[in-house]
Design a protein around this ligand. Structure first.
Ligand SMILES: C[S@@+](CC[C@H](N)C(=O)[O-])C[C@H]1O[C@@H](n2cnc3c(N)ncnc32)[C@H](O)[C@@H]1O
Length: 496
């Protein structure tokens, strides 16, 4: 049974891809055509500026009107816009409705290596109403966050779990040989197969819940933007298949964290987004630590934001296409608050979870940190370096002072002193790239960083600094070791 009305005919999809490419229906092409103001407005889901730019005279404009703005477009114009496929080809693929409008959202996407196109269900912007429960999401803020944080190491086998329209799988294509994309939604599975053929990808698309479709299989990399939205399980609140997995509270993300280990090769990495409920009187690290307790995984979890229960309810009810003031909105709002009250939830955290199955027998690392500030885009290369540094430090716990570290090129130092004071009361170091971290350090560590150019080991430099500052050498080394370790883990200090 076909759930979407899409037909992934390879010949027709090859013709469509060629037409889209020759019309420059790519990220850069559309951006250039619309200009910065209309393109930025479109990102804010405002179509009026774009409508004032596009005409009927150019294939690219017609494609923008048809696929991006949701306009009904006459067949003769579509024939010119996609001359290889023509409008009857669009209809055969299931992309053209009888009223001349697109049946699906089709938008260009790109990474550092290639341009691609992503088909998904029409957005609320085009349909103008609440999204159906079996909606298949397009590329959104969460998708791009996960894609940005993903470690792009060459991998033999990769899994995109809860792949939706396949945006993560498309990015995996740049560095992974074999890609399995899974989803519970029958409509998502059809859209995944369609997008794979449209983009010339050979994903193994499988249907099923969580890790069921890959029972007994292991991967070097697993990515998942899972349906993490916490939703009350009561009558009158729909089960949004595309964003909530039907479980109570944050159970789905906890289940993924606890089941993923069995599917990672030694040294394999899993990265996912998640929400966690923080009951009053506890902190978020306690919650996540409890999730991780039954596993043997390394974990690096970054909490990016928190919301109170009311903010959370408002965000996700609006995201489902409901507006304040309607009966449905008020009923759902109360249901969300009752649901959080029932579990004593005081706040909800959102963040990025990076897990690694250690490749060697050693003590695992667990870093649970808050980092709300802006990060580089993509931040994946910095995440990759930080994961490698965390791993090295865990594998060589007693060797950190005996390496010839050098200060990374993007590190700067600022000193703050009370007016007239000789010595600074605060010394702050900042990373220019990556996660853009800031740390406060003392005079001895600052002195070490000022000479850390790879010539001396940290120990040699710190011994000389102890003499210079008339400090006890042993005490200074003991205090410095965890700080130097953290500076290495976070990329302030790197190998020569
Ligand atoms: C938030 S969307 C993510 C889509 C896409 N990977 C992205 O990054 O934009 C979550 C996806 O998980 C799917 N899903 C929901 N419940 C699931 C389950 N139990 N097992 C696997 N996938 C599920 C939904 O159908 C949806 O496509």
């Amino acid at each position: 049974m076909n759930h979407t009305g899409l037909h992934a005919d390879p010949e027709l999809l090859t013709a469509l891809a060629a037409d889209l490419r020759s019309a420059a229906f790519t990220v850069d092409g559309v951006q250039q055509r619309l200009g910065p103001v209309a393109a930025a407005a479109l990102h804010r889901e405002q179509v009026t500026p774009a409508r004032r730019v596009v005409t009927d005279d150019d294939p690219l404009d017609v494609l923008i009107r048809f696929f991006t703005l949701g306009d009904a477009v006459p067949g003769e114009l579509l024939d010119v816009a996609v001359p290889g496929l023509r409008s009857h080809g669009l209809r055969e693929l299931g992309l053209l409705a009888d009223d001349g409008r697109a049946r699906f959202d089709l938008r260009p996407h790109a990474d550092d290596t290639h341009d691609c196109w992503v088909v998904s269900d029409l957005s609320e912007l085009v349909t103008g109403g609440p999204l159906p429960d079996d909606h298949v999401l397009g590329i959104g803020g969460a998708s791009t966050t996960l894609a940005s944080w993903t470690v792009r190491r060459p991998a033999a086998g990769a899994l995109d779990m809860g792949a939706g329209c396949g945006v993560q799988a498309l990015h995996l294509g740049a560095h992974c040989e074999r890609i399995i994309a899974t989803d519970l939604s029958a409509r998502a599975v059809e859209i995944l197969r369609f997008n794979a053929v449209l983009n010339g990808e050979r994903w193994d698309v499988r249907s099923g819940s969580l890790f069921e479709p890959v029972a007994g299989e292991r991967f070097d990399l697993i990515v998942s933007n899972p349906p993490f939205v916490i939703t009350p399980r009561v009558a009158g609140v729909p089960l949004f298949e595309y964003r909530d997995g039907g479980m109570v509270g944050d159970c789905l993300v906890r289940t993924v964290v606890q089941q993923v280990e069995a599917h990672l090769e030694p040294g394999g990495v899993a990265q996912l987004l998640g929400n966690w409920e923080v009951p009053g009187g506890t902190d978020w690290q306690d919650v996540v630590r409890e999730w991780l307790a039954p596993t043997e995984l390394d974990a690096w979890v970054v909490q990016r934001e928190t919301q109170d229960p009311a903010e959370y309810a408002e965000l996700w009810i609006r995201d489902g296409g409901h507006r304040p003031g309607t009966e449905a909105y008020e009923r759902m709002y109360a249901a969300w608050l009752d649901d959080f009250d029932a579990r004593g939830v005081a706040s909800i955290g959102f963040g990025v979870i990076t897990l690694q199955r250690p490749a060697t027998k050693r003590r695992r690392f667990q870093v649970l940190e808050e980092h709300r500030g802006p990060v580089a885009s993509p931040v994946g290369p910095a995440v990759d370096a930080e994961l490698a540094a965390l791993t090295w430090c865990a594998e060589h716990p007693d060797e950190v002072l005996d390496q010839n570290w050098r200060v990374a090129d993007d590190v700067t130092e600022e000193r703050f002193a009370a007016p007239g004071a000789d010595d600074p009361s605060v010394i702050r170091i900042t990373q220019g790239g990556g996660l853009g971290r800031q740390l406060h350090i003392d005079t001895a560590i600052s002195a070490y960083l000022s000479v850390a150019d790879g010539d001396l080991t940290a120990r040699q430099a710190l011994v000389a600094i102890a003499t210079l500052l008339e400090r006890d050498e042993r005490d200074l080394l003991e205090r410095a070791q965890p700080i130097v370790t953290r500076l290495v883990e976070t990329g302030f200090l790197v190998r020569t």
